[in-house]
Design a protein around this ligand. Structure first.
Ligand code: NHW
Ligand code: EN5
Length: 388
């Protein structure tokens, strides 16, 4: 059934529940001299390219490939539309490797037809911090699907990760592959219910009118928590301490240092928003919330072409109730004109989703590790990792 994935060092379906299998790497690293030195073979009409995302022209090519060919919902009504600024942010974290931004071009036209990326990350699994690649943006042009190009892209990114002496990876997908460490549910909180209904993202509930629906999702004009403000550069040390302490409770979570926090959580316009609560008494940073901006193209609607979505990122409440903190996040997202606020049931999110009027979506997100076995799998609430 999974000819490719059955050949890879990942948890296999037949091994689920096997207590004799130890946690940790599935296969040991090899010597770097034993890593294949040449790229994998592509069908003869295609060639490898390393994408320099700093070049405006290359970034535009990647953006166009993804805008037209990346992930859609199960009814093909929406397609993720990552912005160029977002892609540059996602692909250039501290210590990134340009060689991990991999494209495939048609030899004749030089048109970009496929893409896959990795970025380095330190991810803690229980008490082990493991250097990994976070693999994302796997995309094959719609006209080249089902030709087994994806396995070649995956093997090539694996080879280039190995060349940097890294032997594990983390990735997510909407499809089931061997074998998820956990499966998360998407939840959606309407901010602009009329537009969401008009474009088919949501429906008018039974015995609901449009005006009752608009009233149901209404939010205050400004955040309620005293000392709630945008995160600034000077906050990086305090936010790092808060985040490290918070993430230590989860079984799988990133091991963020100050450089990572500056990159991933310092606000970047139209990419990532972060807010914190500063104590009015002692100026301590006690709470934090963040979300990233990922619009979707609306396919075939007369009136609208994009859905502006905010995705919950990392949230920490130590003094403010998490419910109140996240309500303030919804308020600022509404101020910034987002149509919907999305969240997964990871970390402690389950505790606020229903009360803040999120509803379950029709999509799930499966989390995977490459070459690292976790016994039994974990619950979404034991996961402290959000990928883009
Ligand atoms: S998930 C988003 C993936 N992208 C999309 O869904 C975009 C739209 N779809 C496409 O572009 C986030 C194509 O349908 C793709 C498949 C390219 C998805 N992950 O070429 P074939 C990520 O980017 C397997 C992994 O004929 P295709 C994470 C499939 O099960 N494998 O299919 C990426 C089958 O293998 P099997 C996937 O439709 C993580 C084989 O591909 C997959 O033309 C990557 C069929 O290939 C998916 N999302 O192209 C893994 N979708 O064994 C990283 C399908 O079942 C691993 N497949 O026969 C770690 C590497 C680094 C290790 C470092 C130590
Ligand atoms: C890796 N980084 O299916 C990314 N999205 O629920 C790859 N549904 O938006 C992973 N079908 O439920 C990709 N509205 C996996 C996700 C792929 C995209 C996807 C789902 C997640 C989604 C929407 C629209 C459905 C349109 C028809 C959905 C219902 C919202 C409603 C609001 C009011 C309260 C109840 C829920």
């Amino acid at each position: 059934k999974h000819k490719f994935w059955e050949s890879q060092p990942v948890g296999q379906f037949k091994d689920i529940g096997d207590a004799s299998l130890a946690e940790g790497p599935i296969e040991p690293p090899t010597l770097l001299s034993e890593v294949k030195q040449e790229p994998y073979n592509l069908p003869s009409q295609y060639e490898w390219t390393t994408c320099d995302i700093d070049l405006e022209e290359t970034c535009t090519e990647v953006y166009n490939l993804l805008t037209n060919n990346y992930v859609e919902d199960d009814e093909n009504m929406f397609r993720f539309n990552y912005s160029k600024e977002f892609l540059r942010w996602a692909l250039r974290p501290p210590g990134y490797y340009r060689s991990w931004h991999i494209g495939v071009r048609a030899k004749g036209s030089k048109k970009l037809v496929a893409f896959i990326t990795g970025v380095p990350a330190r991810i803690r699994v229980r008490d082990e911090v493991v250097k990994m690649a976070e693999v994302n943006f796997l995309c094959v042009h719609k006209k080249l699907r089902s030709k087994r190009l994806a396995p070649v892209l995956i093997k090539e990114v694996t080879r280039r990760v190995h060349l940097e002496n890294i032997w594990q990876a983390a990735y997510t997908a909407g499809v089931v592959l061997p074998t998820p460490i956990t499966t998360c549910q998407y939840w959606h909180r309407s901010l602009n219910p009329k537009k969401l209904i008009d474009v088919g993202f949501s429906r008018l509930g039974a015995r609901m009118t449009m005006s009752r629906t608009i009233k149901l999702y209404k939010l205050p004009d400004s955040p309620a928590t005293p000392g709630f403000r945008k995160m600034e550069l000077r906050d990086v040390p305090a936010v790092t301490r808060l985040l490290r302490d918070y993430l230590s409770q989860f079984i799988v979570a990133p091991d963020f240092d100050e450089n990572d926090v500056e990159h991933w959580l310092l606000p970047a316009e139209n990419v990532v928003d972060s807010f914190l609560v500063e104590s009015q008494e002692n100026h301590e940073i006690t709470d934090f919330c963040s979300f990233y901006t990922l619009p979707s193209s609306i396919l075939g609607n007369q009136n609208y072409s994009t859905l502006k979505a905010a995705y919950s990122f990392y949230n920490i409440a130590t003094k403010t109730p998490l419910l109140q903190l996240m309500n303030d996040a919804l308020i600022v997202a509404k101020q910034k004109d987002f149509d919907v606020f999305n969240a997964l049931d990871v970390m402690q999110n389950q505790s606020f989703l229903k009360e803040l009027k999120f509803g379950p979506g029709d999509g799930q997100l499966h989390y995977y590790l490459y070459n690292y076995r976790i016994r039994n799998g974990i619950a979404p609430s034991e996961l402290g990792l959000v990928l883009l």
